[in-house]
Design a protein around this ligand. Structure first.
Ligand code: PHE
Length: 506
């Protein structure tokens, strides 16, 4: 109303800092007062009753410490005020001074008061030297508080900023002019066009509230999925689209048998050493694996079999029984494949897998050897004893896929990888050979599982299995432009990163 009345009486307002707000005695020079005015200007301009222009200023405001000095005086002045004049009373001991002005004021104030020769030390305490003092700091604080600056100039301001008594603050003020719908009375604008308004033709003279397309929606403080979970979900969907079933991977603790031996990883393999693998101390040993299968695995390692020479190295039962944090989800895949082979071993067990229709060329003739093809995947945590840095933690998520069918070849694996990565938006891939103890030929981080691994499980010779694994963290870091893994995983993750991270679409 104040703004509208001013506009009606005097025309355009050149500077809103000259206005005096209702209930105030001073003009609205402070930034708080201008913020109140801005609220009014916004609501009136949305009704086109006025237009305004914003001007920015920089001015100084007091910090809480500065405000306290403006009110109670500088530390040195408060120390001086607490003391009796020399020879006119009992000197105040440093302890007493602390209890009067507080320890902080006493400490800082004494130094300055001595320097100014305002106070002196006697044998039994502190006394005033100066009859009266000029508290320049308090004066400065009061000047800054009312004018936003100091007549003394920038050098003095800089000194006070350094002492953290004042800070520079951006402020605003406005010039205001009448708008298209100017009036001194504020009528409530219509927000809806109603049937009544149309039939009575009242809409012709009505003032409608404008849509505010700039209004931000309310912040929703609901739960949010972690970026890793979003990428995990996308990758999960790719697997499901391709007909894969998810493997159970809840056992973070595995035995050396399932994590390494069943995969034909030699017992002397460096990955098994404590520098790479976390071993459990309590309990430290696992239950026995299935006896018949165990015997076959031990034999193929030590003496060979299934067309293999084996490692020809002494077999250690203790090594198989060591409990460890799984270093790869391939430990779970191996246990799952052993289950899948149960029917081939003639066991009447439920492998928990849905019967899968696939190519079942049975080379052993018409006789059903029990094998059912399977496409399995998992995405879960694995643990490695790594030196931690910006891209490595001691744990990460592994994405793993396993396909079992008769007569699969390396070409099937390569073809599958092309399809899978294409679905992730990666088309330019190159294949190169590498080595894994459990795979015969390995491309990327993948390969065809060896007969030394599959045949002891009981799979017929013509059943081939290929598998592969990638990490979940790296693709997530790339998708979200995160360069340090600690901002993705762990206690230093900024929670607003999680709340605001967009959904991922491959
Ligand atoms: N176990 C491998 C790793 O941890 C991934 C892999 C799985 C490779 C299956 C081949 C076959 O990197």
């Amino acid at each position: 109303q104040l703004v509208l009345d001013k506009l009606a009486q005097n025309g355009p307002i050149q500077d809103t800092r000259t206005l005096t707000l209702p209930g105030h005695s001073e003009p609205a020079t402070t930034s708080d007062a201008q913020i109140i005015l801005l609220g009014a200007l916004n609501s009136l301009s949305s009704r086109e009753m006025l237009t305004y222009t914003t001007h920015e200023t920089m001015s100084h405001v007091l910090t809480p410490e500065g405000s306290s000095i403006a009110l109670k005086g500088s530390h040195e002045a408060r120390v001086w005020a607490a003391l009796p004049m020399k020879g006119q009373g009992k000197p105040v001991t440093p302890k007493e001074l602390e209890s009067i002005v507080g320890s902080e004021v006493a400490k800082i104030g004494q130094g300055r008061a001595f320097k100014n020769k305002w106070i002196a030390k006697e044998s039994d305490g502190l006394v005033r030297l100066a009859e009266s003092i000029d508290d320049a700091t308090q004066k400065d604080m009061r000047e800054v508080d009312s004018t936003g600056t100091l007549k003394a100039g920038e050098k003095a301001l800089a000194e006070l900023r350094k002492r953290k008594l004042i800070v520079l603050k951006k402020g605003q003020w406005f010039t205001v002019e009448k708008g298209k719908n100017f009036s001194t009375s504020i009528s409530k604008p219509e927000t809806d066009l109603t049937v009544d308004m149309i039939t009575s033709e009242a809409w012709k003279n009505a003032v409608f509230k404008k849509y505010n397309f700039e209004a931000e929606g309310q912040q929703l403080n609901g739960g949010a999925l972690h970026p890793l979970l979003k990428v995990r979900e996308e990758i999960r969907n790719i697997f499901l689209e391709m007909g894969f079933a998810e493997m159970p991977t809840s056992s973070f603790v595995e035995s050396g048998f399932w994590c390494f031996d069943s995969l034909f990883v030699p017992q002397q393999h460096p990955a098994r050493e404590v520098q790479d693998t976390f071993y459990l101390s309590d309990p430290s040993t696992s239950l026995d694996p299935p006896a018949e299968y165990y015997a076959k695995v031990a034999k193929v390692h030590e003496h060979g079999g299934f067309g293999s020479l084996g490692y020809r190295a002494p077999w250690s039962e203790a090594e198989t029984k060591k409990l460890l944090l799984r270093t790869h989800t391939t430990a779970s895949s191996s246990a799952m494949l052993y289950k899948l082979a149960a029917r081939c071993r003639g066991e009447d067990v439920d492998d928990g897998l849905e019967a899968h229709s696939g190519t079942t060329r049975n080379e052993s003739g018409s006789k059903d050897d029990g094998f059912r093809p399977a496409k399995l995947f998992s995405i879960d945590r694995v643990f490695r004893n790594e030196t931690m840095d910006a891209t490595h933690l001691a744990e990460f998520h592994q994405v793993e896929g396993v396909v079992a069918d008769r007569g699969l070849t390396l070409a099937d694996l390569i073809g599958f990888m092309r399809v899978f990565f294409k679905k992730m938006g990666i088309e330019n891939i190159r294949f190169k050979p590498a080595y894994n103890p459990y795979t015969e030929a390995k491309v990327g981080n993948s390969g065809m599982f060896r007969p030394e691994m599959l045949e002891p499980m009981g799979f017929p010779k013509d059943v081939h299995v290929h598998g592969w694994g990638i990490g979940l963290e790296r693709p997530t870091m790339i998708r979200y432009g995160i360069s340090n893994i600690r901002t993705l995983v762990g206690h230093k993750v900024p929670i607003e990163n999680v709340e605001k991270s967009p959904a991922v679409r491959f």
